[in-house]
Design a protein. Structure first.
Length: 152
């Protein structure tokens, strides 16, 4: 995670951030996500039925892939020096492009596309994120993630 000085926040706009390490998405994670969200669709949780689909196996929920951004941000994230709180503000342009098959490896590429000081000490960061699937040309997802940082 990169720490930037308040005076330098504009310098990271347009910059590619650190690519994350690969993460394997396994069936246990998919099942736990299904339990939490009550989304028990067979394509996610029934390996036998899922074999008969065009995917040939179970696939992760799109929202599971999206939720992994919180984990990935520990690597690519930028925090402003003096931060005392950060919150998720939302997303723009979320697109699920390719399914993440069970036991696939994913990682995240990110770029800061905007930083606005909404109020004194309150910075809104917009980060373009792409979740890559190892060995595939199409990514799992692309989105613009908006976060808010409160800085002393």
């Amino acid at each position: 995670m990169q720490i930037i000085k308040r005076a330098d926040v504009k310098s990271i706009i347009g910059k590619e951030l650190e690519t994350t390490k690969w993460l394997t998405v396994n069936q246990e994670q998919i099942n736990q996500f299904a339990d939490c969200t009550l989304d028990q669709q067979f394509i996610h949780v029934d390996p036998e039925k899922a074999k008969a689909t065009p995917f040939g196996s179970t696939i992760a929920h799109g929202f599971l892939s999206l939720s992994m951004l919180s984990h990935f941000a520990e690597t690519f994230g930028c925090i402003i020096d003096g931060i005392y709180m950060g919150v998720n503000y939302g997303f723009d342009k979320v697109r699920f492009i390719a399914p993440v098959k069970v036991n696939s490896r994913i990682r995240c590429h990110a770029k800061t596309i905007d930083i606005i000081e909404k109020n004194p000490g309150q910075f809104m960061l917009t980060t373009e994120v792409t979740v890559e699937i190892e060995g595939l040309d199409k990514p799992a997802l692309k989105a613009e993630w908006i976060t808010m940082q409160m800085v002393k």
